[in-house]
Design a protein around this ligand. Structure first.
Ligand SMILES: [Zn+2]
Length: 643
């Protein structure tokens, strides 16, 4: 299947358009201000020799500037705005001045360790940063047709080809990203070396001899280098006392179980954490850091689209199946083990320890999109929609200037939206994905058109003849969708409409850990001779409230349900339920009814219910929680099995 660029799809959706406007008009500018305030941009000024000061942020902080540029480019592709354009131009010019003549750019080494590079590839994210730079370059080129940032990126990529093509197996990054970036660069430049280097990077995984020993050595080296940087900072503060007042934002709060540190070592040393435990064709189980896992799988699926291989496809399908049946939260969130920011064991899905990082959901979206294009199976698109509405959308606050990093399913306190984090990987990742929403609605191949997402929009697409499609969707609040199909001439072609899994009955046999099974989705194919006058298809999806029960193997979920309606997961937030202990309340399922409330959280359908002792309960969509100050929240509520 082929995809369309987001800019060709004109979205006018009552649900999404206001959110895309917040993204384009507020979020992206807020993110820029935060990057300046936390001195991420200054790091490049210092590297370019234009500013005195001390480099701030984590070793991989450069990636946040690149990901912002990537998001800004995708937004710019939809709305050409002079203010955003000039911010992008100034950053691109700065990057050009900071980049070394041979294409290298990594401010940590350039400022603190000039002459050193590719030192600790497993843990310092040097190639990861170059990957985000390359992605920004591709997005900017696609948005503007300009080559300035793309040329900067190809010079960095050419350096990687020189230093890493046909290199030994330990020459691969501990945080995947460069692989998918190189494939995106290959797609626009058609330079085979980029594709080949991406292939070699993924093939190297799991083939490093004596990995635990090498990793240990890298940690020692990293710690020594960090100690050196700490000394430099002390000396800098002694010379510039006013500098001592500068503070980076806090990290994110994640509740952690006992033995977290031990578990981290047990996961990292054998390589699971980095997906370095076994060669890729044997990686049939999702393990380790869930963002890294998602980026690896995305790269593998992209590689398969360029070079088909049955064995590798089988591996990806196995890993996906294992993930959705045993290692995915009802929200679509990924990562049950906060200490590794990644996957726990099968059916290990504690709601309060859930890490479910926003970026992990986004990585899964990227992967599922590639899988859909590769296989034409509706299950991937169904999971995409579920994760988009729940696990991803929850990451950005209503006003676009606050974010959640990790997304637990039960919170007794301590988790709130913040303006920024010391590791701000999620905000711009979310912004670039929202900006690309149009891309994910359709795909096509010869005389076939697929409609994946029911978002109101208009497009002219070529299905062996130009066809105008207008979708008017009332999702996610109501189930009605109207699709107007108007070909230029009377013509035969096929339209494939996704029938979502959420319309299917949820009780009965538990096929997945969470009670939601994307494998129940399929496409309805409508093949006919379409009139040039235009025809309208009407869909009416079942929007009844569903009570989903977890698989019996998931600990602590017996006697509990999660409420879903359409593609949305619901939760109880304490602010809506005064006088009720939301963790011990017993839901009377017969009491449930839905209501659209226009003045709540921008307008949403709430679910009203009662406890078995008659107290009112009010459920809101999970993605809207934490927009009204610090509160408690729970997704899985007590509800006895009906007799
Ligand atoms: Zn993140």
């Amino acid at each position: 299947m082929q995809e369309l660029a987001a800019r060709h799809v004109k979205i006018f959706d009552p649900f999404w358009s206001p959110r895309l406007a917040v993204n384009a008009e507020k979020a992206i500018f807020h993110q820029w201000e935060q990057l300046e305030a936390t001195r991420c941009i200054d790091n490049f000024r210092i590297a370019a020799g234009e500013k005195d000061g001390f480099r701030e942020g984590w070793v991989f902080a450069d990636s946040d500037a690149y990901k912002w540029l990537d998001a800004a480019s995708r937004i710019y592709a939809l709305h050409v705005g002079p203010e955003l354009g000039s911010l992008m131009d100034s950053l691109i010019a700065l990057l050009r001045r900071a980049q070394m003549p041979d294409g290298y750019i990594f401010t940590y080494n350039q400022i603190h360790f000039p002459g050193q590079r590719w030192v600790n590839l497993q843990i310092e994210h040097e190639l990861y940063c170059h990957g985000h730079l390359i992605e920004a370059g591709v997005s900017h080129y696609e948005a503007t047709g300009r080559r300035d940032l793309l040329d900067l990126c190809t010079s960095a990529a050419d350096l990687l080809v020189r230093d890493f093509l046909h290199a030994s197996n330990e020459k691969a990054c501990g945080h995947e990203e460069i692989e998918l970036a190189l494939i995106r660069l290959y797609r626009v430049t058609r330079k085979e070396e980029y594709l080949e280097l991406a292939r070699q990077f993924v093939e190297r995984r799991g083939r490093i001899p004596l990995f635990p020993l090498r990793l240990w050595r890298e940690f020692n080296s990293y710690n020594k280098r960090k100690a050196h940087v700490d000394e430099l900072r002390k000396a800098h503060v002694a010379e510039h006392p006013e500098y001592a007042a500068f503070r980076l934002p806090e990290g994110n709060f994640a509740r952690k179980p006992r033995f977290s540190r031990e578990r981290w070592y047990l996961n990292a040393l054998p390589g699971f954490y980095f997906q370095q435990h076994t060669p890729i064709r044997k990686q049939t189980v999702p393990v380790g850091h869930s963002v890294r896992f998602g980026y690896l799988e995305t790269a593998l699926a992209m590689l398969l689209r360029a070079r088909p291989e049955a064995n590798l496809l089988f591996t990806l399908e196995q890993a996906w199946e294992r993930m959705v049946t045993r290692r995915t939260y009802i929200t679509g969130g990924l990562g049950a083990a906060p200490e590794i920011e990644g996957f726990g064991g099968d059916y290990e899905l504690d709601p309060e320890y859930a890490y479910a990082e926003t970026c992990a959901a986004l990585a899964s979206l990227f992967w599922n999109w590639e899988m859909a294009l590769l296989t034409k199976k509706a299950q991937y698109i169904d999971l995409f929609e579920w994760q988009l509405y729940n696990a991803a959308a929850v990451g950005m606050g209503q006003n676009g200037d606050t974010y959640l990093y990790n997304n637990p399913l039960a919170v007794h306190g301590g988790v709130t939206r913040k303006q920024w984090y010391v590791v701000p990987c999620c905000p711009s990742n979310l912004s670039r994905t929202f900006a690309d929403l149009g891309k994910y609605i359709y795909s096509f191949e010869k005389d076939n058109l697929w409609i994946h997402q029911y978002v109101s929009n208009e497009i002219i697409v070529d299905v062996s003849v130009p066809v105008k499609i207008v979708i008017e969707s009332e999702l996610p609040w109501k189930g009605k969708v109207r699709i107007r199909v108007k070909p230029g001439i009377r013509k035969e072609f096929k339209i494939n409409l996704r029938r979502p899994a959420w319309g299917a009955p949820s009780l009965g046999e538990q096929t997945t850990a969470s009670g939601y099974d994307p494998r129940n989705a399929h496409y309805d194919t409508i093949a006919r001779l379409w009139s040039s006058e235009g025809e309208t298809l009407e869909l009416n999806f079942d929007m009844s409230i569903q009570l989903r029960r977890a698989h019996p193997k998931v600990k602590g979920h017996a006697g509990k349900v999660a409420l879903t309606r359409g593609p949305l997961v619901y939760c109880l937030e304490s602010v809506d339920n005064p006088g009720v202990d939301i963790f011990s309340a017993q839901l009377d399922p017969a009491s449930l009814r839905d209501e659209f409330v226009a003045d709540l959280l921008g307008g949403c359908v709430v679910l009203h219910g009662k406890t078995t002792d008659g107290k009112p309960l009010k459920f809101i969509p999970y993605f809207l929680w934490a927009n009204r100050g610090e509160s408690q929240m729970v997704v899985w509520v007590n509800c006895k099995e009906s007799e």
